[in-house]
Write a protein that binds this ligand. Structure first.
Ligand code: ZN
Length: 141
């Protein structure tokens, strides 16, 4: 069972990184960016910056960076789906589950196989039509 791609997008649309980070870090706003003391390393002067318009955080002290989902994963030691679930609960997003447990790569390679099969089929039917035409021509001659 996996969370559908659609639900993940809904969660991403619903979340506000400054809220997600703000649950853990005391942030001060400076226009579109907010600063606070980094939760990933010990510091007294804030070098942790959250960009609310771009939706990511970066620490200029230790180099940690990522989006809100990565923040939840790292601060709670969660997997990606667990972080999505936590954020969905926070923002009241209903998660749609899918039993499609193929990876993106598997889906992509299956799609390509299908395309190749269709192509082969089309080529075969074209050749057949051509042969049919030639056959008719030869009969007429
Ligand atoms: Zn840091």
């Amino acid at each position: 069972i996996m969370i559908s791609e659609k639900s993940i997008i809904e969660v991403k649309d619903a979340l506000r990184i400054e809220d997600v980070v703000g649950d853990v870090v005391a942030l001060k706003r400076h226009g579109v960016s907010l600063t606070g003391c980094c939760p990933f390393h010990n510091e007294k002067t804030p070098s942790f910056v959250v960009n609310s318009s771009k939706g990511f955080y970066k620490c200029f002290g230790c180099g940690e960076s990522g989006d809100a989902i990565a923040f939840v994963m790292k601060t709670n030691n969660m997997s990606y789906p667990e972080a999505i679930e936590k954020l969905a609960a926070k923002y009241n997003v209903h998660l749609e589950l899918t039993d499609d447990n193929r990876t993106k790569e598997q889906i992509e390679s299956e799609r390509q196989k299908k395309d190749t099969a269709t192509l082969l089929l089309n080529t075969a039917s074209l050749r057949y039509q051509k042969e049919l035409k030639n056959h008719h021509k030869s009969k007429l001659q």
